[in-house]
Design a protein around this ligand. Sequence first.
Ligand SMILES: Cc1ncc(COP(=O)(O)O)c(C=O)c1O
Length: 453
Amino acid sequence: MSETSPSGRLTSEEISALTRQTNYGTWRFQKSWKPLHIADAEGCWFIDGAGKRYLDLSSQLMCVNLGHKNRRVVEAIAEQARELAYVTPGFATSARARLSAKLLEVLPEGLDKFFFATSGTEANEAAFKIARMVTGKTKIVSRYRSYHGSTMGAIAATGDPRRWAMEPGGKGGGVVFAPETNCYDCPIKHTYPACDIACADYIEHMIRNESDVAAVIVEPVVGTNGVLVPPPEYLPRLREICDRQGVLLIADEVMAGWGRTGRWFSVDHWNVKPDILVTAKGITSAYVPLGLCATTSKIADYFEDHYFAHGHTYEAHPLTLGPAVATIEEMQRLRLVERAAELEPYVREKLEALQAKHVSVGDVRGLGLFFAVEIVKNRGSKQLFNTMRDKVEGKPLVVDQIAAKMMAQGVAIQCWVSHFVIAPPLIVTKEELDLGIAALDEHLGIADEMVEG
Ligand SMILES: Cc1ncc(COP(=O)(O)O)c(C=O)c1O
């Protein structure tokens, strides 16, 4: 272990080394992990231990929707700590009541019974257990291009390769996977609109043939797996199918919720009411860890006379709930949902200009302030530079090379296998967007040079 500096304070190098030595770096091979020391953050920027500033073009993990260090939320955390830091979930608290009332203002109508957890993963676990208890059925239909969380139930319902390390046991618990909705690169080689949304109809075929299906879970706008926006008919059709088949519809809005797509929740774009809505991240702008599983009163009624067999010590933790009230009030005061919708055409135009300029850009898609830029080796065949297997085998990815160049230049961007996620805090200015997209523009040449033909 390294010595501390003479002043007694750890240097940046020491902070990084001690973290590296004693902690796991998540979703990665450990040998390449060199965690950068971040010392401060403000607005759309964060600052490392050497004082270098980085534009946060993906809101960390698409979660700091309010931007960093919002004064009112910071104060709400301190106030809540002073007022009441913790009591058992069996008690009512002012923060719990105030947040519940606030949620009724912004959630899709009909979702009015709440279970508070401390992550999106835990909120999904609650959703699965509730769906199974209420229906008396077991199976969950999920989709391949999805992420629903890291613990055993949530990873089992995750379609992406983060599940593979847990296979074959990981798929336990009765999860079946359906094809995703990806109109750029359809897994069943259909073309919209001639396909008549065959991917939704196939889910009905699956439900009929599987039997024992409790719920279908979808990210209405798929997040990490590609910012995949479904065609307008998809979610209404899925709602009809679930109703016809007596199956619950779970909307995982952990990433797409809280104004990210230009509506409070992405299901609002299609006016679809899920039976269960799961969210986290933006609910507190990630300042404190909070997840939410919201259900209809029809589901809630079942538990009036049945045992609600779920809970955590930290359920409805007051320290997480008070700041969530302040977060929602700040989003309303600053009109951030409207702002995301207003900035959408600006971002779309700029990213489409990148597509026109760079041969490696295969697709640009998104809603609000939530966009993907997908790079391909060959626009015609849509062949990617890297595969999902490259990702989980720790191979160097082309997207990572470009992201590293951007980071060196002071622009932080998230990427996954073959695309970049442009999802800045909703307070972002046009100048900041210009700066971030210019950095991507500057380094996309790395991919252009590797394009075939
Ligand atoms: C759509 C979706 N669901 C669930 C999760 C899991 O949330 P958490 O990381 O808070 O457990 C994530 C995390 O990125 C997510 O994007």
